[in-house]
Write a protein that binds this ligand. Structure first.
Ligand code: GLN
Length: 216
């Protein structure tokens, strides 16, 4: 039987919510598999895709650095491991990060996704809000965008970036080959379409061969 194992970086943030929605998505897609927590470096050897959840990006980044996970995630991503970053997860994936108020953040990041991200881009008045997003790649029906002290993508740094969604002229979802980054929280909704898109990305990646090999 082919079993897909999807890791959720479990250092801080919306971990259990991502585990639950990923397991639900696998079931809905009729796939054998499970979401597992990634807390240490060696857990990365066991997975076919990684979700980096929302939370507090400086905290997640510092812990990941302390446990030596940052370097290993980066190597895995460069060799094709699909990664899905939501909110803080996107901040950690970005090549460039700054804060809307304080500017340079100097926080540890993976530096994978060719975008510049601005933290807290929606300002104090709109710390958290929900809005309908149009994301053509996942269908016509609007997606419930839950934004919590959300970042925005201020600019794209290469032609490899595919813009998946914008909101109020800000870029809020992108894909670059095996990497998906979004500024909101699908794990806090019951809409599984973005997790489905991520799992489809895993199934199309070279890691699908790893899945086959692992399960011979
Ligand atoms: N503002 C947070 C950060 O910079 C992100 C918020 C979130 O993940 N909900 O990490």
């Amino acid at each position: 039987m082919r079993t897909l194992r999807i890791g959720v970086l479990a250092l801080q943030g919306d971990v259990s919510e991502h585990i639950d929605i990923t397991n639900l998505t696998l079931r809905e897609m009729g796939l054998e598999g499970e979401a597992i927590m990634v807390k240490r470096k060696n857990h990365l050897d066991e997975i076919h895709g990684l979700i980096i959840p929302g939370g507090e990006s400086t905290t997640i980044g510092r812990m990941a650095e302390r446990f030596g996970i940052i370097t290993k995630i980066k190597e895995a991503a460069l060799s094709g491991l699909p990664i899905f970053g939501t909110c803080s997860g996107l901040i950690l994936m970005a090549k460039k990060v700054r804060d809307a108020k304080i500017g340079e953040t100097n926080q540890p990041t993976l530096g994978l996704l060719d975008v510049e991200v601005v933290r807290n881009a929606f300002g104090r008045q709109r710390e958290s809000f929900e809005t309908n997003l149009i994301i053509p790649k996942i269908g016509k029906n609007p997606f419930p965008g839950v934004f919590i002290r959300a970042p925005a993508i201020a600019s794209i740094l290469s032609k490899e970036i595919e813009i998946l969604a914008t909101y109020e002229e800000k870029i809020v979802a992108v894909q670059q080959k095996n990497l998906i980054g979004i500024t909101f929280h699908p794990e806090l909704t019951d809409d599984i379409r973005l997790h489905e898109l991520f799992i489809d990305t895993i199934l199309k990646s070279p890691f699908k061969d790893k899945i086959l090999k692992d399960n011979l």
